[in-house]
Design a protein around this ligand. Structure first.
Ligand code: 5AD
Length: 306
């Protein structure tokens, strides 16, 4: 795959079909990353502020129907204080991530966002809080939020419906992503690699959707099963294939922020570093207070990461 060339569906599928780590592709992608970003690895402080969620996504450990989760929410002050502590550590970009927790009203989110921006005008605030109405997204933007992460998870509607309950749809997810763009957010999207029932064609469709969306950030990670979900018995995604897709994405989206994700680290500690040598340019250290960190278990083993 050459830099600057848009490969055909069949050549993309051919590269993706073999999940072997591809040294040559990784080196090309690393060169591209260096050309655009130099040696810098961008860092974001991740604050997982609530594990309560109204959704019931079949892959996610925080799904509403998982009664084994000890639910928590940080207070507004705790969230702002966590960012202040992160600021002291040198973080200037904060990602506030949570389940779709309706007890954080728009007013509450706006107080948190403007509280952080008021204390640290030189920082950016990224939200990762799921699907909301246009008017809510607009309120967050007007309160000072800069960026929004919302993975599309899979760009194939029937695959989407096998990963999500019937009250969720790919169409709605896409509407949210386009609303966010229209409002002016720098938008991040992405997908899981190796989620149950995923095909090579699904992954090609994921890349094509991202080419249409033109996101500022692209986050991908291997699917990792969680023992208390309907997907407990399914195989984990391949870290080799995930890293290969990171390289493909770097070549197709030279300017994108592409993180080496936590799920890559959890599946095997070498893979996050491999991703950084294969085109990724962001790390997102978790700065969530330790007292709640173990409870944010999207997938098995995530809580072991400090
Ligand atoms: N394995 C890997 N990634 C997962 N996510 C949720 N559950 C899992 C899982 N079991 C990812 C989703 C979501 C992000 C916050 O975490 O892609 O968008």
């Amino acid at each position: 795959m050459a830099a600057g060339v848009n490969p055909s569906d069949s050549s993309l599928a051919a590269i993706i079909s073999s999940s072997d780590y591809d040294e040559e592709l990784a080196a090309l992608a690393y060169e591209k990353k260096k050309e655009k970003f130099g040696d810098a690895i961008l860092k974001r402080g991740l604050v997982e502020f609530t594990n309560c969620c109204r959704n019931d996504c079949l892959y996610c450990g925080l799904r509403r129907n998982n009664a084994k989760v000890m639910r928590y929410r940080l207070s507004e002050d705790e969230i702002i204080e966590t960012c202040a502590n992160g600021y002291e550590l040198g973080f200037r970009r904060f990602v506030l991530q949570g389940g779709e927790d309706l007890s954080f009203t728009d007013e509450s989110m706006c107080r948190i966002i403007s509280g952080i921006k008021h204390l640290h005008p030189d920082c950016s605030v990224t939200l990762s809080i799921g699907e909301k109405d246009y008017k809510s997204y607009k309120a967050y933007f007007d309160a000072g939020a800069d960026r929004f992460l919302l993975r599309h998870e899979t760009a194939d509607p029937s695959h989407y419906s096998r990963l999500h309950p019937s009250d969720m749809s790919l169409q709605r997810r896409k509407e949210c992503l386009y609303s966010l763009k229209e409002i002016g957010f720098q938008v991040g999207s992405g997908f899981m690699v190796g989620s149950p029932f995923q095909t090579v064609d699904n992954l090609v469709a994921d890349i094509r959707f991202l080419q249409e969306l033109k996101p500022f950030m692209i986050g991908i990670g291997p699917f990792i099963h969680h023992k208390d979900t309907p997907f407990a018995g399914y195989d984990n995604g391949s870290p080799q294939l995930t890293v290969k897709l990171v390289s493909i994405l770097r070549l197709l989206f030279p300017e994108a922020r592409i993180p080496a994700t936590t799920s890559l680290h959890v599946i095997g500690t070498q893979w996050r570093e491999k991703a950084l040598c294969s085109g990724a340019n962001v790390i997102m250290p978790n700065i969530t207070p330790l007292k709640v960190r173990k409870k944010y278990e999207l997938y098995d083993g995530k809580n072991k990461v400090e």
